[in-house]
Write a protein that binds this ligand. Structure first.
Ligand code: BV8
Length: 250
C-alpha cells in the first residue's frame, strides 16, 4: 500500500471521481494478476524462455504456427481456470452506470467481459476469438472458439487455411474502431491507468493524450512505470485491493 499517506491519495482520487462527468480507465495485465493470469513482464511472463514480444508477432506465426498455437493453447488453458477478481468487478459496476465510464483494456483474457463490463474497448483483441490467417473474405471477421484444449493447428472453417488468434500482434495495426474509441475516451475528466507497465504503444500514449486534453490523470500499479511521474496522482498497490478501497469512498 502507498506509504506516503495512502488514505489521503485514495480520498483525493475518490473526490475527483465523484466530481467527474466522464471517467476513462485503461487496464493491463496487472488487473488480471490476482485472478491467476500471468502478466507479460512479471514472473511467469516467459514461456519456455520465449519473451512474449518475440512470440506475439506475425513472423513468429509464419515461422512456426504450431509453436504459436502451443503458446496460445497454454495461455487459454491457464485463463480458462481464472475468474474475474475484485478489480474487474468494481470496473464492471462503474461501466454499468450509463456511458459516463469507459473501460479500455490491453488484456486479451476477456475477464472484463466475464465480469459484465459494459461498452468495453478491447484494444488488442481476444484470445477466445480466431480469424483466418490467410484473411479469406469470409474468415477475416473473427469467430469465437472457446475449445480447451485446441487442435494442434486450428483451421479456417471457410477456406481451411490455418486460423490465428484474433489478437493484435506486435508490428500490427490496431483495429481502427477500437483505436478511435480509445482516443475518444481520452476526452474525459479523470483518466485512470491500472495494472499496466505503460511501455506498449499506442496504449501507453493514451494517458498523455488525456493529460493534454485537460483530464486529471491517475495511476494504480504495483510498481513504478514510465507513467508514474507523468500522472497527477500515483497509488502504488494491488488493483484488487486499491479499486475496492476507492469504490467504498465514492
Ligand atoms: C503498432 C496481444 C504499428 C497479443 C499485445 C512507439 C514507441 C516504441 C515502440 C512502439 C511505438 N509504437 C509502436 C511500437 C511498437 C510496439 C511497442 O509498443 N513495442 C514496445 C514493446 C516497445 N507496438 C506495436 O507493435 C503495436 N502495433 O504499433 O503497429 C502499425 C501501424 C500501422 C500499420 C502497421 C503497424 C501493437 C501492440 C500490441 C501488441 N499486442 N497483446 C497477445 O497478448 O498475445 S501487447 C501485450 O503486451 C498486452 O496486450 C499489453 O499491451 C502488453 C503487456 O503490457 P501490460 O499489460 O502492461 O503487462 P506487463 O506485464 O508489461 O505489466 C503489468 C504491470 O502490472 C506491471 O507494471 C506490474 O507491476 C503491474 N502489476 C502486477 N500485478 C499487479 C499489478 N498492478 C496492480 N495490481 C496487481 N495485482
Amino acid at each position: 500500500m502507498d506509504r506516503a499517506n495512502p488514505g489521503a491519495r485514495l480520498a483525493q482520487l475518490a473526490e475527483r471521481l465523484r466530481g467527474a462527468r466522464r471517467v476513462s480507465v485503461l487496464t493491463g495485465a496487472g488487473v488480471s494478476a490476482a485472478s491467476g493470469v500471468p502478466t507479460f513482464r512479471g514472473a511467469g511472463g516467459l514461456w519456455r524462455s520465449y519473451r512474449p514480444e518475440d512470440l506475439a508477432t506475425p513472423d513468429a506465426f509464419a515461422r512456426d504456427p504450431v509453436l504459436l498455437w502451443e503458446w496460445y493453447g497454454w495461455r487459454r488453458e491457464t485463463i480458462a481456470g481464472c475468474k474475474p477478481n475484485a478489480a474487474h468487478d468494481v470496473l464492471a459496476r462503474w461501466s454499468q452506470r450509463g456511458d459516463a465510464t469507459t473501460i479500455v483494456t490491453q488484456n486479451v483474457d476477456d475477464l472484463h467481459v466475464k465480469a459484465g463490463t459494459a461498452g468495453l474497448v478491447r484494444l488488442h483483441g481476444s484470445i477466445w476469438e480466431l480469424s483466418c490467417a490467410a484473411r479469406c473474405a469470409s474468415g477475416v471477421a473473427p469467430w469465437r472458439d472457446e475449445r480447451v484444449p485446441m487442435p494442434r493447428l486450428p483451421r479456417c472453417p471457410h477456406c481451411a487455411a490455418p486460423a490465428r488468434p484474433a489478437v493484435v500482434w506486435f508490428g500490427e495495426a490496431l483495429d481502427d474502431r477500437d483505436l478511435r474509441a480509445a482516443l475518444d475516451a481520452t476526452a474525459c475528466d479523470v483518466f485512470l491507468t491500472v495494472g499496466t507497465s505503460s511501455v506498449v504503444y499506442p496504449a501507453a500514449g493514451l494517458v498523455d493524450q488525456a493529460r493534454r486534453r485537460g483530464a486529471f490523470t491517475a495511476e494504480i500499479n504495483a510498481e513504478a512505470t514510465p507513467a508514474t511521474t507523468l500522472v497527477d496522482l500515483a497509488v502504488q498497490g494491488p488493483a484488487e485491493l486499491v479499486l475496492p478501497d476507492v469504490d467504498r469512498l465514492l
